[in-house]
Design a protein around this ligand. Structure first.
Ligand SMILES: [Zn+2]
Ligand SMILES: [Zn+2]
Length: 444
């Protein structure tokens, strides 16, 4: 029979051989964020459409072209979240977290949705790691945020990256800049795409990240925002650079970064891949958004955050052959020769699994030979065969599949003996130095 349907374009299945790596990335990122004081926040997959229109700006590409928006059965317009910041700000406001001691720091790993052209590392359903820090106005906060993003990639062994920073000023100095931009684009108005013609009056900064090649070409000659920022914004930007220098984090200033969302103020940054095959791919990006909380109906709350594309980071890790934790394998396969032995196998497995060991036995009715073949196929680290003799003597031989070494175990104490044996092996491995398949500590 033919398959009823295939996965929707731009979505992807994460198969078991890959999910372990993705979980490692997500866990590593969330744990490192914890060390910076960020606790995990979980928000709904969909929100009122208005939240994104207000929070991201209704002239952005995301809001105008890329949102999955629909009416639910109650007639409400809801949208699958295209990013994490607006939902995080909404949740913190709604639950009064911003009225407590600030800063309020939250982190998350989310599935997000954008109707974009799928390409390498870009999907319509994608995973994002991100953090948001509400209620911190000083340049030290910006530097700490950039440091966390860089450190996350470094911890995942994602080398070959470049940190670029910029300031896009505040609403005050941006007025002058927008005038300059309007003047620039007005000269070639007729060449701009239809969307950008509409943006020229309302928000000409959006033209800078239009994906149409013609608009992008005209944008390269546009004035840059750094030439227009006010003294207070310039001072803040100098502060950010000073703190980054103090923690020895290398960066470049790229006056062309504007980020795609309306709510950004002052510092914006991107971390890009320098890896030959993925040069210029943005792995992480974010910045300061001092106006967002107010825009959503809260008090003025200077805030900042970043997002990191998990699929892109994973792509880069694969290209770099970054080390991953050892693949999780079955620690014990219990083969059974008859139905009594199979029952004993089930009991033993329950007991060992309760202590956290990965144990399997035959649940498909294979012959002993086929069971051993299967144990081999799943790379079981140890096997034990239970039959009439073993049940009668209450003893069985445990075989180390790597070395072939055998160990006589007593069935009533099997779980304890197994635990002690595994501990002894760990000690032995440490004394003998690490095996070939374990990555040693990095050399100084
Ligand atoms: Zn300013
Ligand atoms: Zn355009």
């Amino acid at each position: 029979m033919a398959l009823i349907t295939k996965a929707v374009r731009g979505t992807r299945d994460v198969l078991p051989h890959e999910s372990q790596a993705l979980r490692y990335i997500e866990r590593t990122a969330l744990e490192l964020a914890q060390a910076y004081g960020y606790a995990e926040l979980r928000t709904p997959v969909f929100e009122h459409t208005e939240l994104f229109e207000r929070g991201m700006g209704d002239t952005t590409d995301v809001v105008q072209k890329e949102m999955y928006t629909f009416f639910d059965k109650g007639g409400r317009s809801v949208t699958l979240r295209p990013e994490g910041t607006a939902g995080a700000a909404r949740a913190c406001l709604e639950h009064g977290l911003l009225a407590e001691a600030l800063p309020c720091k939250v982190s998350y790993v989310l599935r997000c949705y954008r109707y974009e052209k799928p390409q390498a590392g870009r999907y319509r359903e994608f995973s994002q790691f991100g953090v948001e820090c509400f209620g911190a106005a000083t340049p030290a906060a910006d530097a700490e945020l950039i440091a966390l993003a860089a450190e996350t990639l470094a911890t995942l062994s994602v080398t070959d990256t470049r940190v670029e920073i910029n300031s896009i000023g505040c609403p005050e100095c941006r007025k002058r800049y927008l005038d300059a931009l309007r003047a620039h684009f007005a000269q070639r108005q007729s060449e701009l795409c239809e969307t950008c013609q509409g943006r020229l009056e309302k928000n000409p900064m959006r033209i800078l990240d239009c994906k149409s090649p013609v608009c992008a070409g005209i944008a390269t000659e546009a004035p840059t925002v750094l030439e227009y920022i006010c003294d207070a914004c310039a001072e803040h930007f100098d502060g950010v650079k000073r703190y980054l220098d103090a923690i020895a984090l290398p960066y470049e200033i790229n006056p062309r970064i504007v980020r795609g969302l309306d709510y950004y103020t002052r510092t914006v940054f991107e971390i890009l891949s320098e890896f030959p095959e993925a040069k210029g791919l943005v792995l992480a990006g974010g910045g300061r958004y001092d106006g967002l909380v107010e825009e959503l109906g809260g008090q003025h709350t200077p805030s900042l955050g970043f997002g990191m594309g998990i699929e892109r980071v994973w792509l880069q890790m694969q290209a770099l052959q970054a080390p991953l934790p050892e693949k999780h394998l079955c620690e014990l396969y219990i083969a059974a020769m008859n139905s009594d032995a199979l029952q004993r196998a089930a009991q033993l497995a329950q007991e060992l699994r309760a202590s956290g060991w990965h144990v399997e036995y035959d649940i498909v009715g294979r012959s002993l030979k086929a069971q051993m073949k299967y144990a081999d196929k799943i790379h079981a680290k140890n096997t034990v065969v239970l039959g009439e003799d073993e049940l009668k003597n209450q003893r069985a031989k445990l075989k180390d599949m790597k070395t072939g070494a055998e160990e006589l175990m007593t069935l009533p104490d099997f779980a304890d003996e197994f635990e002690r044996l595994m501990l002894r092996r760990v000690e032995r491995d440490i004394l003998e130095g690490f095996g070939d398949d374990v990555t040693p500590f990095p050399q100084p």
